[in-house]
Design a protein around this ligand. Sequence first.
Ligand SMILES: [Zn+2]
Length: 123
Amino acid sequence: MTEYSEEFKAHFRPAYGRYGHDRPDFARCADSVYSGDAWSGAKQCSRKNGHGPDGAFCKQHDPVALAAKQVARFAAWKRESDQKAREIVFTSESKAAIRAIAEGHNDPMTLAREILARYEGKA
Ligand SMILES: [Zn+2]
């Protein structure tokens, strides 16, 4: 029989399932999952472990990989959000510039260059 370290066992709940009667299976993933039926409670994940801290998790529930995924998702969201903000400022500045040119702005080329430089992040 395999001996499991205390560090390894610490990743597991003392028990799983609706009534907390299910002892942890240390050969399986330490995370708990909901089957979708409200009566079953949080069961131990049935996948084989071997991933994440002390190898206590399955590939899908590896907390390190999950955190990395979250960081990547946030970075993507931030990039998209910053781009949208730049577009809004650009649109607003462009409208104001067109208005200024229509009203006789005497240096439309410089005005356009300044707006483009701000939009492209060069100013
Ligand atoms: Zn799992």
